[in-house]
Design a protein around this ligand. Sequence first.
Ligand code: TIU
Length: 227
Amino acid sequence: MKKLTIDAEPGEIAIDPARTAIVMIDMQRDFLEPGGFGETLGNDVSLLAKAVGPAKALLTWARKLGMLIVHTREGHRPDMSDAPWAKVERGAPSMRIGDPGAMGRILIRGEAGHDIIPELAPLPGEPVVDKPGKGAFYATDLQTILQNRGIQNLIVGGVTTEVCVHTTVREANDRGYRCIVAADCCGSYFPEFHEMGLKMIKAQGGIFGWVSDSTRILAAQDSPGGR
Ligand code: TIU
């Protein structure tokens, strides 16, 4: 398979698509639609909508290239045995994890709100990783899935930039993966956290990884090198 060079900050990065996976984080109704977990926390969920189109374009591009695509979902078992009390009782939300909401029980696996939004629905054969925490490596088999495919690079999108995307990128960076965050495929309820979160990833020579965007990733050039 051909190698690709992607324009990014802090500098361009050459990748082998066969060793690169898209990790699409928590594009769930619970975060993007009214009546879900995100809204119970007091957030304006409409702020995340602009990431959907670019994320869809990124998935279409990656599918054409035959890249591994992994989707994640944050949520808990119906009996909530995997939901830490410290998470359930945190803050003063309008409803708590497990309460009955407009899209079923808040942040519970199997409920309508826990589903990935229809626009970004996984295709058959694309692994979906259910995670109880913010990071996609914690208490999941994500690393096994990536290792079995020889993956070395992750192109990451999803929500929210400074919470689950950031935590996952930090986890992945410590495990030796090169992460490229697709900025316009990510979203936050706090635009300033989105901007600062991306800056934090690419600062200091790319302390956590690289930042690019869907336009530059889709325009990636053939490259002689790359891993
Ligand atoms: N609240 C918030 O910004 N995010 C989360 O709780 N989870 C994810 O980011 N997926």
